[in-house]
Design a protein around this ligand. Sequence first.
Ligand code: HEM
Length: 523
Amino acid sequence: MSHPVEYEGREYSVREGETILRALLRQGVNINYSCGKGSCHTCMCRLVSGSVESSRDIDPALSGSGHFLPCVSRPKERVVVGPPDLDALAKPAEVIGRRLLADDTLELDIAPMGEVAYEAGQHIHIAGPDGLSRPYSITTLPGEDFFLRIHVRRVDGGAMSGWLFDHADSGTTLSLRGPYGDCFYDPRMQGRPLLLLGTGTGAGALMAIARAALSAGHTAPVTLFHGGRRQSDLYLHEVLCELAREHANFTYVPCLSREEARGCVRQGRIVEHAFTGLPDLQDAEIFLCGLPAMVEQARVMAIVAGARRDAIHVDPFDFAHGNVQDDASRVDAIPADPELWAALGNGPGLTAVLTDFYQRLFQDARLSPFFHGMLPQQVAAKQYGFLADLISGRREYFGLNPYNAHHWMVISDELFDYREAMFEEVLREHGLAPHLVRRFLALHERFRTSIVKAEAVPMRVKGVDIPLRTQSVERLDLDTVCDGCHQEIPAGSPARYHERLGTLHCRTCAQLTDEEIAEVMPD
Ligand code: HEM
């Protein structure tokens, strides 16, 4: 028998065999999570009452303070779940060593008071004085030493990196939270080629992932591309060359985009080199750490090269910089794809795909709530306008760009991938060749960072944010009809106008409060 779960004051059903995380996501709860299998700890919650059964143990200090992982737990009775107690999750730690790896890159050895169970390449949040806190990738391997090592790049005007550079000497105390993230080597990847792309200190995390794989006896090729502008950006050059000498299946490819490249260093950006000649990435595991623009471009290229969505592992804190490019420039940069357009019958095939896709989406428990009040054929027609422009190269679409169209929606990477899997299935059912399916999905992929976000954002028009407002109470100038009860609303009455849906509701259907009415009808 399954038991319900209460989260943030609301009760949710849990189906037989379903984890608490799955149940909450299915019912539209916006809960932070990442790996979904008990490794990254991103979804950690506190058990306020009741008990759960977990398929994976966590640090006893965490379970002792009432924490558990909803992604690997099922309720044993009715449970009440709350957000994690961040103070209880913090562990004191001490800096025990530091060295400069380059003018602007510092290596810190940090000894936590107590055990921190992590995977190489995961990150921890480090808090300094005044509660300032930033994520840093762990560059050591678990069990290798009693301390953790991180790499810090001095960021211009960066308060935390500046503080670590100037004040984090041996003996300085810090506070740690984590580990977090699912960008790490899993022994189940044995036998698959690993492709690692990083810029800046992303190389520290990638080196740890490569070392974890090699020390676990990974025999398939492991290729690490590290990109920088200047020679000094390639701050792990010697160490990575040494690793390549020690392991025949490890290749290190340094690339320089600005300074002249010499010796084994290649000229240009890593994305250009890594995807030259489009390797077949169907079996590969891909790790991306570094500049958001690189991560975004590499993700698109990986999809075109056949990578599975769940095989692309991204260090999530790199996206903390937000949306890297505006949609208009993205659209301008997308070349027409005459082969794909022809395969879609120059239009009718796209209509057929979108009609089927939205029919299916409107039946889906996770996606349909976003489309409340809309009709599948309406949405399919608008989507056609957007995609037909991208694929055919014409420029006739004047609807909302993806950033603005989704500004009010909370969409996780996982939900985005869920929609993509559904879309992929429809494309295949319509007989599109596999290489064209990838190219189609890569078009969507280019807009991921415009669409995926943890909270609603204001619309942005010509670089200016429009205040987030989807509903307003108005005093009507003309007689009209209520979209709820279909009764007349006489001119001069208050009504609620839903800007996005374009609907109007009378004071009864909209349940207007006296305060709301008084604001538009002060007399
Ligand atoms: C989980 C993923 C997604 C969800 C839940 C979602 C949901 C929606 C919803 C509800 C709307 C209607 C907005 C409104 O009229 O207020 C919309 C519009 C739109 N979506 Fe998505 N979407 C997703 C992914 C995508 C992707 C991958 C693309 C393509 C890059 C895309 C492109 C668009 C565009 C262009 C519109 C505007 C159409 C128009 O009004 O002219 N969406 N989406």
